[in-house]
Write a protein that binds this ligand. Structure first.
Ligand SMILES: Cc1ncc(COP(=O)(O)O)c(C=O)c1O
Length: 417
């Protein structure tokens, strides 16, 4: 079993589930009823943070405006500053790498494991230099990397681990919840994710100092903000002698309306997450023993939460684009490619960063002796990136998911192998 233990419902329920339910609407109404009057704050943000921390299993959760902001805040809290290096995977949505650049640090790319698509601990070790400050692994598609090994490397070299769990909810690593293992973890609540607030991001941690630092960084550096306090007190703000900003920060506060939706989502997150696992299992059945579609491997140490269902098309005689076209001709909803490797994105090659009034090429600014940002840097990631087909798993209507799995089966049969 690749998916979660102790499922919400024992087998795939042939029913429609509602992504947005009554609770979400009720909490939104609660926020609206305050008229957004500062003195009548609904307290929803704090309630959401408390419940989110409980669900993940950390002491603290700090909610922010999106998952890129929460990665940026976590990097700041980890002490990452200009010129530091942060090791990450190139096979991810580029927000991971952009957050590192946003922190004025240098992303250093480790290669991935072919079967799991996840960052390779052996490659991480080779990337460490005296300037390395942190490792930012990603639980790509909802599967944990080998985080135990990554933690051991981090400990040996005194590095901070920030899990990018934007795509991973309620998955386990050796029985432990993903998001509780690194010093910090960051989640996204963007609309395609397991749970959403429309937008949103959350940093989870057990360390009170890190939680304070994340809160303050994402709250314009306000003095009185802390892990427990997301809102500045009236007595402070109305005092002419109040020294508000004790450090540089950004306004990354999560809007109350997003927190209201997210609080409602938490109440049925198990159901939402299990649906994605069930849909992935449907697709897995459809693939059966087809030798040229290789499913992302779930190692024995992990359970998968299937933000999407990725497979590799490994037969060079079948073109990726034509396979997708045929799937869609037969009634399929579409298939996503995975992201270009971050270091091969045009932003690294073109003048995109304005430094000192001059646009410069990122790949030139961040020169690194181990890291020519070009083909050949991460051979495994470069091999598998063009092969990956990612199927949607967010089907709330079970009949529609079954139809899609059948179409996949028919597409495989069309190629007759
Ligand atoms: C792996 C990963 N990291 C970070 C992000 C950024 O999250 P957000 O879109 O909430 O800023 C995403 C979002 O898609 C993601 O998939």
């Amino acid at each position: 079993m690749a998916g979660r233990e102790g499922r919400w419902y024992p087998a795939a329920m042939k029913k429609k589930i509602r992504r947005i339910g009554k609770a979400e609407r009720r909490y939104v109404e609660e926020v609206l009823a305050t008229d957004f009057s500062n003195s009548k704050n609904s307290g929803i943000l704090g309630r959401f943070e408390k419940e989110f921390a409980k669900k993940v299993g950390t002491k603290y959760a700090v909610a922010q405006v999106n998952g890129t902001a929460s990665l940026h805040s976590a990097l700041f809290a980890a002490g990452v500053r200009a010129g530091d290096e942060v090791i990450t995977t190139p096979l991810t949505m580029s927000a991971t790498c952009m957050a590192i650049l946003q922190a004025d640090a240098m992303p250093v790319f480790a290669d991935v494991v072919e079967g799991t698509f996840q960052i390779d601990p052996a490659s991480i070790e080779k990337c460490i230099t005296p300037r390395t400050k942190a490792i930012m692994p990603v639980a790509l598609y909802g599967l944990s990397p080998d985080i135990g090994k990554i933690m051991a490397i981090a400990k040996k070299h005194n590095l901070v681990v920030i899990e990018d769990d934007a795509q991973c909810y309620l998955a386990k690593y050796k029985g432990r919840m993903v998001g509780t293992i690194g010093q910090m973890s960051s989640f996204s609540l963007q609309s395609t994710k397991h749970m959403t607030g429309g937008e949103g991001g959350v940093v989870c941690t057990n360390d009170p100092k890190l939680a304070d630092a994340v809160r303050r960084f994402g709250g314009l550096g306000y003095a009185s903000l802390s892990r427990a306090k997301g809102i500045v007190k009236k007595d402070d703000i109305q005092n002419p002698n109040y020294n508000r900003h004790v450090q540089m920060g950004f306004n990354y506060r999560m809007p109350e309306l997003c927190a209201a939706v997210a609080l409602g989502q938490l109440e049925h997150l198990d159901e939402l997450a299990d649906r994605r696992i069930d849909v992935a299992e449907l697709f897995m059945e459809a693939i059966g023993d087809c030798s040229w579609l290789k499913v992302q491997e779930t190692p024995a140490y992990a359970t998968h939460s299937y933000w999407a269902f990725p497979v590799r098309l490994v037969d060079p005689s079948i073109e990726w684009v034509l396979f997708r076209k045929k799937f869609m001709e037969l009634g399929g909803d579409g298939i996503y490619a995975t992201w270009k490797l971050s270091y091969l994105e045009p932003m690294f090659q073109k003048p995109t960063r304005n430094l000192g009034g001059k646009e410069k090429v990122l790949g030139e600014i961040y020169k690194h002796k181990h890291q020519p940002w070009q083909i050949g840097l991460c051979p495994v990631a470069e091999k598998i990136q063009p092969q990956i087909l990612a199927f949607k798993t967010n089907y709330w209507d079970w009949a529609r998911a079954e139809r899609q799995a059948k179409i996949l089966k028919n597409t495989i049969a069309f190629y007759g192998k």
